[in-house]
Design a protein around this ligand. Structure first.
Ligand code: ATP
Length: 258
């Protein structure tokens, strides 16, 4: 038995997971989701979503493939060009990348909005305070004073001055119905999802097929890199993007390892 076999998913602190473990990112992700469930941030269903994501990440080689890196740069350009960009935070996102989402919001001038599939006042409040503990100053999603058309009552709730009014939205690990409804509202939609065949990346203007743990810090790096670019240059980055090619490249990697 190797030393690594003794690293269980039940470590108390993530520092106990050795960084040179061959499955380090996967163990870290699992640990953060479990912690999220314990803290009342993540719904139990979030564990199933994570399991699906983990299988796709394994097939992708657990790395940011070149087409995903390009999509992350394009997403950064969209956010910098936007009038009202919003980053949507659900229970998995809050558990996995709270400070990374705060950094992305800072780098792009975007708002953070809590937006849950299984919405309860307790979870909304738990996620908002979790984000504040990780440096967020203003967290939207608590008002829930507007509705996304054509969705049932609970899943439709958003802030009028947040997602409802936004021109560009980042919706990581989003449910397909809501991604479709946001697309129908005419928003520029950036989806982070490890499954290129899932409905959310299929309807996105910018599908990012990458683990959110890698994708968000990389989007922030691209945003910082593009911070001094002029509007025309940012628009060129956006216009040159081919969403179909990005989806195909991810599927090709997953199916054939290419
Ligand atoms: P649909 O979009 O068709 O409704 P689904 O039912 O599989 O698909 P959900 O369970 O609502 O989707 O969302 C979970 C999605 O998030 C899955 O596609 C999964 O691959 C993806 N996912 C899970 N963990 C991660 C992660 N760490 N990074 C990126 N994507 C992830």
């Amino acid at each position: 038995m190797s030393d690594y076999d003794t690293v269980s998913a039940e470590v108390e602190h993530e520092e106990e997971i050795p960084e040179d473990h061959p499955r380090y990112q996967d163990l870290l992700t699992r640990h953060r989701i479990e912690n999220g469930v314990e803290k009342g941030i993540t719904h139990l269903q979030g564990m199933h979503a994570e399991g699906r994501g983990s299988a796709f990440d394994y097939l992708l080689g657990e790395e940011t493939i070149p087409s995903a890196d390009e999509a992350e740069r394009v997403a950064a350009a969209h956010l910098l060009l936007a009038d009202q960009p919003v980053l949507s935070i659900n229970g998995n996102v809050a558990a996995l990348v709270p400070s990374e989402m705060v950094d992305l919001a800072d780098a792009t001038g975007a708002d953070l909005e809590v937006n849950l599939f299984n919405r309860t006042p307790e979870r909304i409040e738990a996620i908002a305070s979790h984000l504040r503990e990780h440096g967020a100053e203003d967290v939207k999603g608590l008002e829930a004073d507007a509705r996304i058309p054509r969705l049932d009552h609970q899943r439709a709730k958003v802030d009028a001055d947040g997602i409802y009014d936004a021109d560009v939205v980042v919706v990581p690990l989003e449910d397909g119905d809501r991604a479709e409804a946001l697309e129908e509202m005419g928003k520029t939609e950036i989806v982070i999802d490890l499954n290129p065949l899932s409905r959310s990346p299929q309807v996105a203007d910018v599908p990012i097929v990458d683990n959110i743990i890698r994708a968000v810090p990389n989007m922030t790096d691209h945003a910082r890199d593009l911070a001094d670019a002029g509007e025309a240059d940012l628009e060129t980055v956006v216009e040159e993007f081919d969403r179909e090619a990005a989806l195909e490249a991810a599927e090709e990697r997953i199916r054939n390892g290419l």
